[in-house]
Design a protein around this ligand. Structure first.
Ligand SMILES: Nc1ncnc2c1ncn2[C@@H]1O[C@H](COP(=O)(O)OP(=O)(O)OP(=O)(O)O)[C@@H](O)[C@H]1O
Ligand SMILES: [Mg+2]
Length: 251
């Protein structure tokens, strides 16, 4: 079986700014990988390439063996159906109820009966421990609950791959822990491949089977949480322990 995701020599620039300078990575089906790296180093840009929202200047992005950089828009839509994405802001529709927001994830399956749609929405909400909130509006929910609704919407159509862009940013440590537990639950119960971008070092340890550090446009290093946290490489060590480089401080 080909890897779920395979990226080769991926390059992307914006004008004179080179953001991705030859990213190589491979993620097996069912694996959960965490991508870390400095703010602005290109993590969100990399996720957008995986899901086909951006196309590379050079290099290949293969999803289950298919190079998506060479697909037309229609074929790309098919590939996107394999993905669920939890956006940083949760990106819910304020005017819709929780059930309508989650059900929006089912728009790609127009053939479903109303009863089947409701059942699938209930099932997704149960998985994120939000049973009974169907009729609420996003404004009535806390930030952590909104993230969970966003997660229910990302998984309601049973994607094989789920991408999470900073799922715990801005949440208190207890809620962040519960989101991490949900990510693990979704991975294990739905057997999805997970790619989590995060700055939260506790999340890294809780959800990552393998950690990739993006640095200067490339995957600088890859390893288990243990090897990354114990690394003596100065770039890795400073990043995971939050130590700034005195040469970079400008006040
Ligand atoms: N559409 C765009 N046009 C031009 N430049 C962009 C665009 N999107 C992102 N960039 C630039 O690319 C770089 C990488 O952005 P990206 O959003 O991937 O960073 P990031 O690693 O996700 O950072 P953070 O951790 O702060 O979310 C940034 O310098 C950003 O300004
Ligand atoms: Mg980002």
């Amino acid at each position: 079986m080909p890897p779920a995701i395979e990226v080769q020599a991926l390059a992307k620039s914006f004008g004179a700014q080179r953001v991705l300078a030859g990213v190589d990575l491979s993620i097996e089906a069912g694996e959960s990988v965490v991508i870390i790296g400095r703010s602005g180093c290109g993590k969100s840009i990399l996720l957008k390439h995986l899901i086909g929202l951006m196309s590379p200047d050079a290099g290949a992005v293969r999803i289950e063996g298919v190079d998506i950089a060479r697909l037309n828009e229609r074929a790309l839509l098919e590939v996107r159906r394999k993905f669920g994405m939890l956006f940083q802001s949760a990106a819910l529709f304020d005017s819709m109820t929780v059930a309508e927001n989650v059900g929006f994830g089912l728009r790609r399956e127009p053939g479903l009966s109303a009863a089947e749609r409701a059942r699938r929405v209930d099932e997704a909400l149960a998985l994120v421990d939000l049973r009974g909130t169907q009729g609420k509006k996003p404004a009535e929910l806390s930030g952590g609950m909104r993230k969970r609704v966003g997660l229910a919407r990302a998984i309601v159509y049973r994607p094989g791959i789920v991408l999470y862009d900073e799922p715990t940013t801005g949440l208190d440590p207890i809620v962040a822990d519960s989101i991490d537990q949900l990510i693990v639950r979704v991975r294990d119960q739905l057997r999805v491949t997970s790619v989590v971008v995060t700055h939260d070092m506790r999340s890294v340890q809780r959800v990552g089977q393998r950690i990739l550090l993006l640095h200067q446009g490339r995957i600088y290093t890859s390893g288990t949480p243990e090897t990354i946290f114990n690394s003596t490489d100065p770039v890795v060590h400073r990043f995971v322990h939050g130590i700034s480089d005195p040469k970079e401080i400008q006040i």
